[in-house]
Design a protein around this ligand. Structure first.
Ligand code: PLP
Length: 391
């Protein structure tokens, strides 16, 4: 049988992930120092693991309700209100999902009709355009620029808005750039969303990983935004629980209902044991999150200084665990730089172009790696840049 003929056209049209392709190249080189991974190098907090083990010992292996355990939704509601100042009713405004990944996919399926356009900043997380396409919509990229630390501006949005625009995806702190947008900087975007009656899909997965004087503002906290915003968050990054696949969606009840409808048929419910871990994470693990955040912050400072010392233009990232230096002084493309760096110095970083055309000339470096790895990788990178720089 010809499976290619039978595969859905919109699935075939999706480009393979630029990150995956680069991982495959790096995997062929032995003894690579990797600064390419977008996940914590820590394990989940011990208290989370203990709660999950106890739950399994008690043979709690059944489904939960479709929306997730009420105790977890209550904990999410409490946490979100305490920390970010927005209230969501645990009864029908919070849905527990299989990571932010599921939340995004279901939300886009719930709102997208053929011909709908969804605005996505460029560069951005790789799953956004793919999820829009899979939902039958058209991703429309809005460029962000290094001169503005890759912050989204209304001037750029004005150039891409059309009558077909249904929604805009935003994600700060940002993957791949580490950019954070303050409440003041987000305000014009909120006004723009209101003027054009857009849904805002706000991926806030890195909100606990903020540094220096930067302060996180949930998009739903901005005046008038709660009613048109869908918040995505989860346990993968702050709690180092990537493999447990646990996240959540918060939205006003009329916005959440169609997402829940899809979730209940496609997924049924998030993993029960992971949900038990999530309750403990929110109720008992603030200290663990803070300890990991402080360690990322130490690494962030080392890597920022290291890149500045080797003469690469770079802005100081204020969130997540990524930094996005400009490598144009080498005259190489992002992909050439990454391939040569891994082959000659055995250091793996990701081409900026994996995240969009605006990433050309930049590479994403993750500091979710040990300090020893970071220091040795910086040494090798400095040697590499000194050898190839053209200016
Ligand atoms: N959103 C962003 C911006 C990410 O960087 C990632 C993972 O790298 C995800 C979502 C996926 O999160 P989850 O593990 O909750 O599915």
């Amino acid at each position: 049988m010809n499976w290619n003929d039978k595969t859905a056209a919109n699935v075939k049209a999706i480009k393979p992930s630029g990150i995956r392709k680069f991982f495959d190249i790096a995997a062929q080189v032995k003894g690579v120092l990797s600064l390419s991974i977008g996940e914590p190098d820590f394990a989940a907090p011990d208290k989370v693991l203990a709660a999950m083990k106890a739950s399994l010992d008690a043979k709690e292996t059944s489904y939960t309700g479709n929306s997730g355990m009420m105790e977890l939704r209550e904990a999410i509601s409490h946490h979100f209100e305490q920390r970010y100042g927005v209230h969501y009713d645990p009864k029908d405004e919070i849905l527990v999902t299989v990571g932010v990944s599921e939340g995004l996919a279901m939300a886009l399926l719930a709102i997208t009709e053929p011909g709908d356009e969804v605005i996505i900043p460029d560069p951005a997380y790789v799953a956004y355009p793919a999820s829009v396409e899979l939902a039958g919509g058209t991703p429309v990229f809005v460029p962000t620029y290094p001169e503005h630390d890759f912050k989204l501006t209304v001037e750029a949005l004005e150039k891409v808005i059309t009558p077909k625009t249904k929604a805009i995806v935003i994600g700060y702190p940002n993957n791949p750039t580490g950019t954070v947008m303050s409440a003041e900087e987000l305000m014009p975007i909120a006004k723009f969303a209101e003027e054009h009656d857009l849904i805002v899909l706000s991926d806030e997965i890195y909100c606990e990983l903020m540094y220096g004087d930067a302060k996180f503002t949930s998009f739903a906290k901005l005046p008038g935004m709660r009613e048109r915003t869908v918040i995505f968050n989860g346990f993968s990054k702050a709690y180092a629980m990537t493999g447990m696949r646990l996240g959540y969606v918060c939205a006003p009840r009329e916005g959440l209902a169609p997402i829940l409808k899809l979730h209940q048929y496609a997924i049924m419910c998030a993993n029960t044991t992971a949900q038990v871990g999530g309750i403990t994470a929110l109720k008992e693990c603030d200290d663990d999150v803070e300890a990991m955040r402080q360690e990322y912050d130490r690494r962030r400072k080392v890597i920022y200084k290291g890149l500045c010392d080797m003469g690469l233009p770079v802005f100081e990232p204020k969130g997540a665990f990524y930094i996005f230096p400009d490598i144009r002084c080498t005259g190489m493309t992002s992909a050439e730089f990454c391939e040569k760096l891994v082959q000659e110095e055995k250091v793996a970083v990701v081409p900026g172009t994996a995240f969009g055309d605006q990433g050309e000339g930049f590479v994403r470096i993750s500091y979710a790696a040990s300090m020893d790895t970071i220091q040795e990788a910086l040494k090798r990178m400095a040697r590499f840049v000194a050898q190839y720089r053209k200016d």
